[in-house]
Design a protein around this ligand. Structure first.
Ligand code: HEC
Ligand code: HEC
Ligand code: HEC
Ligand code: HEC
Ligand code: HEC
Length: 254
């Protein structure tokens, strides 16, 4: 029944997409770099002139930060007893131990499971959980008024996924953002950085234990999604920390 109701709401929404209204962007949005980017879920409806996303595709918690960070008023709260990722306001993907991580004969450091800061990214980008699946909700948010479908970043066109609209026809295709749980074709993550000592001639030594002067970061001496991507800085395409042609040679000596 719930499923059918949701489908009904979705079809009404798709019908009403014909009349698109553009609202002005508030000046406050310039004050933080997340605001106005693709990770800013609160401003989404206004920005795109669509009434379909915040509140319907996913819950609007009234703050863009809480989709990743523990809400400020619960800042000392620990998400792990609730199944959260340590330090973040998101649940551990059930697939935590079943990611197929990149592996090859030449890889020095084999890894079984991604670190928390990469699990944060995967909790949305592996397509198994809704983008609004947070451990804590801000005080004052009323779950009783929640009408959202809790859609996922997943390229399969069905009522569980953003691809219901984001299929390249109703809205831009979301499939490329769906990394999935098979990471074998992606850059390796969560391995200890091979260039920490000068012994490995294929890798540069970092400028500090925290990374490189151009902004590429190491986390606990490891390479993570956030080593290459800065979700807080949209200056470079796909949120990279340096231009794609310079990014690789930050670490790799070719
Ligand atoms: C998509 C997930 C995501 C969202 C949304 C997000 N952040 Fe972050 N935030 C991160 C990540 C990942 C880091 C760590 C980045 C790093 O190490 O450079 C971070 C780091 C920070 C830091 C620095 C903490 C430190 O240790 O240096 C602050 C402050 C911060 N975020 C505030 C905010 C605020 C305020 C918002 C909302 C306007 C927000 N974030 C939204 C993912 C997010
Ligand atoms: C709360 C869910 C969520 C989390 C957590 C999250 N993302 Fe995203 N991310 C999204 C959504 C939604 C989009 C936009 C998809 C679209 O509409 O194309 C996106 C887009 C992106 C893009 C493409 C940006 C562009 O301009 O095209 C990159 C790169 C990215 N995310 C990296 C990350 C990294 C790295 C992390 C972890 C530090 C992360 N994301 C955490 C939901 C999330
Ligand atoms: C009912 C249809 C519909 C659904 C469901 C939907 N969207 Fe959208 N979305 C749109 C339309 C239409 C646009 C504006 C046109 C475009 O960007 O292709 C849009 C735009 C966006 C943008 C802004 C892109 C930019 O350039 O700033 C993001 C991010 C986004 N959607 C994320 C999501 C996520 C994440 C979900 C699932 C949780 C979702 N959408 C579900 C219709 C939808
Ligand atoms: C070694 C650097 C590096 C690491 C580590 C890395 N990425 Fe990326 N990522 C890139 C580059 C470069 C691109 C753009 C080139 C491309 O599209 O293939 C990209 C593209 C993306 C995109 C956007 C695809 C698109 O074209 O819109 C997303 C989303 C993304 N990465 C998420 C992640 C997540 C999640 C992780 C961790 C599981 C991760 N990345 C780890 C370098 C990296
Ligand atoms: C933050 C440092 C860093 C950046 C930036 C980086 N890499 Fe890597 N890369 C590594 C590390 C560390 C390994 C794993 C080496 C090992 O442990 O054997 C690796 C492994 C690889 C491998 C697999 C090699 C093998 O032995 O199987 C490829 C391919 C690769 N990187 C390509 C790239 C490309 C392309 C870029 C730019 C988009 C890039 N890397 C950016 C650190 C980095």
């Amino acid at each position: 029944m719930k499923q059918r109701l949701n489908q009904f709401i979705l079809s009404i929404t798709i019908l009403s997409l014909g009349c698109v209204i553009s609202l002005p962007v508030s000046a406050a949005e310039g004050t933080n770099t997340i605001l106005g980017t693709k990770h800013d879920f609160t401003g989404l409806n206004q920005r795109t002139g669509v009434v379909a996303m915040s509140g319907l595709a996913f819950s609007d918690y009234g703050s863009s930060c809480v989709y990743c960070h523990i809400p400020p008023e619960q800042e000392d709260a620990d998400s792990t007893p609730f199944g959260g990722i340590e330090g973040w306001n998101r649940f551990l993907p059930a697939t935590e131990h079943s990611y197929d991580l990149y592996n090859s004969r030449t890889l020095d450091n084999k890894v079984k499971s991604p670190s928390p800061i990469s699990l944060l990214c995967l909790s949305c980008h592996d397509g198994t959980m809704g983008v609004d699946m947070t451990v804590f909700r801000p005080n004052g948010w009323r779950s009783s008024e929640d009408a959202a479908m809790h859609l996922r970043i997943n390229g399969d066109n069905n009522t569980m996924n953003c691809a219901k609209c984001h299929n390249g026809r109703v809205a831009h295709n979301i499939a490329i953002k769906h990394i999935g749980t098979d990471l074998t074709n992606d850059h390796p993550i969560s391995m200890r950085y091979a260039g920490l000592s000068s012994k490995d001639l294929d890798f540069r030594q970092p400028d500090s234990p925290y990374g490189f002067d151009n902004g590429v970061k190491l986390y606990d001496e490891r390479v993570e999604c956030a080593s290459c991507h800065n979700v807080h800085n949209p200056d470079i395409q796909v949120l990279l920390r340096d231009r794609a042609d310079r990014l690789c040679e930050t670490c790799h000596i070719k």
